[in-house]
Design a protein around this ligand. Structure first.
Ligand code: ADP
Ligand code: MG
Length: 655
């Protein structure tokens, strides 16, 4: 394919082609330019001829007056005269030739015309005519030449115009091409920037590709690992499936066996339930045989720093079966000072014998004591209200018996934590037979006939905000203490926390003048609720563990200062509530129609744990010291009265 020629080149080609046409007339005078040989110049060129002619004319004119010689007679020209007159150097070759031709007289026989004599006018005329003719011919030639030149000029002008138009077109074209070139440059610049950008992108993409390739390699590696694992898993799955099918067969046979076992279990459950009910009945019968009101006497050991009592002061006579029998008797020997004074001899001693359901001498441990009451505590789970008191003078060991000794030693743990642990454990066992139990604890203090919550927390801690004993609802037998916390408990830790809180609350209330804890009754109550959902059975009873206020009397000989007066009021309140407790027990024992529960806050709060269906145990705590003998005897007498009471047959609170 022939490359496309630019319009510019095409124009140039045209120009080249036409050049000869333009150049040709260059030899001719262009319009507007003056020919070197203009008419004037030509005139000048002709000048010598003219001059010569004129001279001739002059001669002719002169000759006319002469007789005419033969006009065309060739006259021999003198040698050297035949040559044309010299042409001035200025004139061009053509013009000079023409002029020579015109001016020169006709050459006859190659001879130079001879100068006509002046008289030869005819000859001269003839010469002039010939010269004129020659001039006319020359003029005609010149005219033709002129015409030709005019034509050439026109043609050249046309060509010039055409070339001008073409030039303008080409200029326009050039401008357009330049604009295009500029645009092209700009585009080129843009494209270069774009190329750079793309190169940069390419670099990023390449690094990304490398990264991805690396990642791909990693993934391929991982995939291989996974494939291997999958294979392994598949193998183990196959093995498992094989084992599963074996197991299925086994399961089927086991199911059958289970069905048989379930039927057996139901049967066994029925039997077990029957046995459990029988156990409860027998257990209760046993407790009743032991007495619904039992009194245990506990003598605390002599503490370090205390005087050792004289031998024989406290005696624990063995039972009918000898020393192996659990002790039930206690003797206190007291010197009869009145009789001694009368005779002057050493005062004889009076021996006071007491008999209780059980007597624990000073060496008895907490576990030994609890063993005796564990069965009683269990009655609360079977639905019988249980109430355990600790009675005695201050310092006789009531708190030790109920809550335990100091230091958190498990050996000296008291009845409250032990009883609760036992209940939780038995409740758990009964859970296997379909029983579910819940326990809610409360712990209050009754001081000077006001009730105070020992489980109060936060701002109420130790403040003893007013608590009132109220019926849980209209017509309800259940009692509740307003403003007191009732805390659900399910493990020993929670019970421990509650006892700790109670100790803190007591410590806050204590003042230097008044060891209030010994002057108030502490009542720990546990509401027990049992349910056998399968059989629609429910049973519930309160377990009350009461650390009574010190039973000591106020020395009537003491001077009555403000502190003592306060003490007297406290003591009167304590004595009143303790004697009310005795009266209530008596009234219950005598089956009196009116039981004075309302006479004290303590009996009012405990009325549901003291009634006919309740089981009651009283610990009478005794100091081993001789100096406390009077209070010890008082306590023992009170306990003996209680011990003589028999409260009617207990009825389980079954619903
Ligand atoms: P109460 O509560 O009747 O006022 P406590 O329980 O506070 O008497 O006992 C008074 C002191 O005697 C305490 O230091 C206690 O640890 C100690 N105590 C009481 N009973 C025993 C016991 N059985 N064994 C060891 N120490 C005892
Ligand atoms: Mg105490």
């Amino acid at each position: 394919m022939e490359p496309q020629r630019s319009p510019l080149l095409e124009v140039r080609g045209n120009i080249e082609l036409k050049r000869p046409l333009v150049k040709a007339p260059s030899r001719l005078p262009l319009p507007g330019t003056r020919c070197k040989r203009g008419p004037d110049q030509m005139e000048d060129a002709l000048e010598p001829e003219k001059k010569r002619t004129r001279g001739l004319n002059t001669v002719t004119k002169l000759a006319t007056s002469h007789p005419r010689g033969p006009a065309l007679t060739a006259r021999p020209q003198p040698q050297g005269q035949t040559t044309a007159p010299k042409v001035p150097k200025k004139t061009g070759p053509r013009c000079s030739t023409a002029i020579v031709t015109a001016v020169a007289p006709p050459m006859l026989g190659g001879k130079k015309p001879t100068k006509r004599p002046a008289w030869d006018l005819k000859g001269q005329l003839c010469d002039l005519n010939a010269e004129l003719k020659c001039c006319r011919e020359r003029t005609q030639t010149l005219n033709q030449e002129n015409q030709q030149l005019q034509d050439q000029l026109k043609e050249a002008q046309q060509q010039s115009r055409a070339l001008g138009a073409e030039c303008r077109t080409l200029e326009g074209e050039l401008a357009r091409v330049q604009a295009q070139a500029e645009q092209g440059q700009q585009e080129l610049g843009n494209l270069r920037a774009r190329v750079l950008e793309l190169e940069e992108q390419l670099g990023t993409q390449e690094s990304l590709v490398q990264e991805l390739q690396k990642e791909q390699l990693g993934l391929q590696e991982e995939r291989r690992g996974l494939a291997a694992r999958l294979e392994e898993q598949e193998r183990s799955l196959q093995a498992s499936e094989a084992a599963l099918s074996g197991s299925r067969a086994e399961v089927a046979s086991l199911r059958q066996e289970a069905t048989t076992q379930a039927a057996l279990l139901v049967e066994q459950g029925e039997r077990l339930h029957g046995l459990e009910m029988e156990r409860r009945r027998l257990h209760n019968q046993l407790q009743e045989l032991k007495g619904n009101i039992r009194v245990f006497c506990r003598v605390r050991p002599v503490l370090p720093g205390e005087p050792t009592p004289s031998p024989g002061f406290l005696l624990f006579p063995s039972g009918p079966s000898g020393p192996s029998d659990p002790s039930t008797r206690l003797s206190i020997s007291r010197p009869d000072e009145r009789r001694g004074t009368l005779s002057g001899a050493p005062a004889p001693t009076t021996r006071h014998d007491f008999s209780f359901d059980r007597v624990f001498p000073p060496g008895s441990g907490q576990d030994e004591v609890f063993e005796e009451i564990a069965m009683l505590v269990q009655s609360a789970l079977d639905g019988y209200p249980v109430c355990i008191f600790a009675y005695g003078q201050t310092g006789s060991g009531k708190t030790f018996t109920m809550e335990g000794g100091p230091g958190g030693d498990p050996q000296v743990e008291g009845l409250i934590p032990r009883a609760l642990r036992h209940l939780f454990s038995v409740a758990h066992e009964l859970g296997g037979q379909g029983w579910t139990y819940s326990f809610v604890a409360s712990y209050v203090e009754i001081y000077n006939e006001t009730v105070r919550d020992l489980l109060a927390t936060g701002t109420r801690k130790g403040q003893g905000g007013e608590c009132e004993i109220r019926r849980a609802g209209p017509g309800s037998e259940e009692l509740t203490v307003t403003n007191a916390r009732y805390v659900p408990v399910s493990c020993e830790k929670e019970v421990e926390a509650l006892l700790h809180l109670a100790r803190q609350n007591r410590a806050v209330a204590r003042t230097s003048q008044n060891e209030r804890s010994s002057r108030s009754h502490s009542v720990f109550q546990l509401q027990i609720c049992g349910e056998h959902a399968g059989r629609g059975l429910q049973c519930g009873a309160p377990l009350s563990l009461v650390d009574l206020a010190g039973s000591e009397r106020l020395d009537p000989g003491l001077a009555l200062g403000p502190g003592e007066r306060e003490r007297l009021r406290e003591t009167q309140a304590i004595n009143s509530s303790l004697s009310t407790l005795g009266l209530v027990i008596m009234a219950l024992s005598n089956k009196e129609s009116h039981v004075p529960y309302r006479n004290s806050k303590l009996t009012y709060l405990l009325q549901n744990s003291l009634g006919g269906s309740a089981k009651m145990l009283m610990f009478v705590n005794i100091s081993p010291l001789e100096e406390n003998v009077s209070e010890s005897l008082n306590s023992l007498r009170f306990a003996s009265k209680v011990n003589q009471c028999v409260i009617g047959t207990a009825q389980a609170n079954r619903k």
